[in-house]
Design a protein around this ligand. Structure first.
Ligand code: NAI
Length: 340
């Protein structure tokens, strides 16, 4: 079976990590994917296009599955975040980020973190509704709707059930925003009634921050709003080896777009130093999503073996390898695991 999948190489380190990912996935699947490459972000603007060209949207709508490198958002103007637009345009309402300790990560404080962060992806403060009220006063609107809150909670409880997870922690700040976070909480409580076999607790965001740093291993699944989820997933990346390690998926009812948690890393872009593992693990999620579980396992096995051996890892993981050397090592490991 052949799959057409949209590939957005992205900006900064995007082209480097996406090329690495493509080589690994092609090797693990025997080339069953036809990659449809489309531009977006500042790379598209440099080619005289808009930051989110219609061609990119059309390609994702047609193929239903995409994987992307990070896209740059200019600070203080230029254009609105293409990531946010993409999630809203395609209604990719659930952002799923599995955070798991990997072998050989001596720089991480914890060895057995295994949690999933689920973030509402379409509203909250990311609705982008900001305006100046009078000189010196700006208002930013945090939009929370019952329909989106019910939808993300239903998705999360179903995801927990399908993944065999036992415990969900619903994160909020309802003491300060009782209407908006209160609505989110009410929807979670309402959904929880249909899942009596799951343990559900409700934790204020500030408590979560402290408890995650003290002992992340006590958490199983975290469910929260857009901004909270953005911050908490970077925090969680720091618990398992950094931004180069954590994959992600943006899922809607019709489409799914896979991407790493990290950004364009302008400080190392174009130098062949980027760690492609987060995107390669995002591809693993994508392969599972399309039903290619064996290929997904090949990818995962090779990444784990690479990290266990520790000889071909990038600088962010304490090694000396570049993106290319790490990629070559992964291809050899896929062959080795196959032969074993
Ligand atoms: P960043 O994630 O790009 O970089 C933060 C730090 O982590 C840097 O020191 C960088 O070198 C390092 N890092 C990140 N990924 C790495 C990797 N794969 N290998 C080795 N080191 C890595 O975050 P920053 O600097 O806040 O954002 C840069 C740009 O990326 C901004 O324009 C931002 O809007 C965009 N961004 C895009 C995202 C996306 O497309 N999903 C997500 C986050 C940021």
């Amino acid at each position: 079976m052949k799959y057409a999948i949209t590939l957005l190489p992205g900006d900064g380190i995007g082209p480097e990590v996406t090329e690495s990912m493509v080589r690994v996935v092609d090797h693990a699947t025997g080339g069953v994917i036809e990659w449809e490459r489309v531009l977006a972000g500042s790379t598209a603007v440099q080619h005289g296009m808009t930051p989110l060209p219609q061609e990119a949207l059309d390609s994702i709508r047609r193929n239903r599955i995409a994987i992307k490198g990070p896209l740059q958002t200019p600070v203080g103007g230029g254009w609105r975040s293409v990531n946010v637009s993409l999630r809203q345009e395609l209604d990719l309402y659930a952002c799923v980020r599995p955070v798991k300790s990997m072998p050989g990560q001596t720089r991480s404080r914890y060895e057995d973190v295994d949690l999933i962060v689920i973030r509402e992806n379409t509203e909250g403060l990311y609705s982008g509704r900001e305006h100046q009220v009078v000189d010196g006063v700006v208002e930013a609107l945090k939009i929370v709707t019952e329909s989106a809150s019910r939808r993300i909670n239903r998705f999360s409880f179903e995801y927990a059930r399908n993944q065999g997870r036992k415990r969900l922690t619903i994160v909020h700040k309802a003491s300060v925003t009782p209407l908006s976070d209160g609505l989110f909480l009410d929807c979670a409580r309402h959904t929880a009634r249909d899942y009596p076999f799951l343990q559900v607790d409700y934790l204020p965001l500030d408590n979560l921050a402290m408890e995650l740093v003290q002992d992340p291993t006590r958490f199983d699944m975290l469910v929260m709003g857009n901004l909270d989820g953005d911050v908490v997933s970077d925090l969680c990346a720091g618990l398992v080896g950094g931004l180069g390690m954590v994959p992600g998926a943006n899922i809607g009812d019709g489409h799914a777009v896979f991407e790493a948690v990290h950004g364009t890393a302008p400080d190392i872009a174009g130098q062949g130093l980027a760690n492609p593992i987060a995107l390669i693990l995002s591809a693993e999620l994508m392969l599972r999503h399309i039903g290619e579980a064996k290929a997904a396992q090949r990818v995962r096995g090779a990444v784990e073996a690479l990290l266990r051996e520790g000889t071909h890892v990038t600088r962010d993981l304490g090694g000396r390898a570049g993106t290319e050397e790490l990629t070559e090592a992964l291809l050899r490991l896929i062959d080795r695991e196959e032969a074993a």
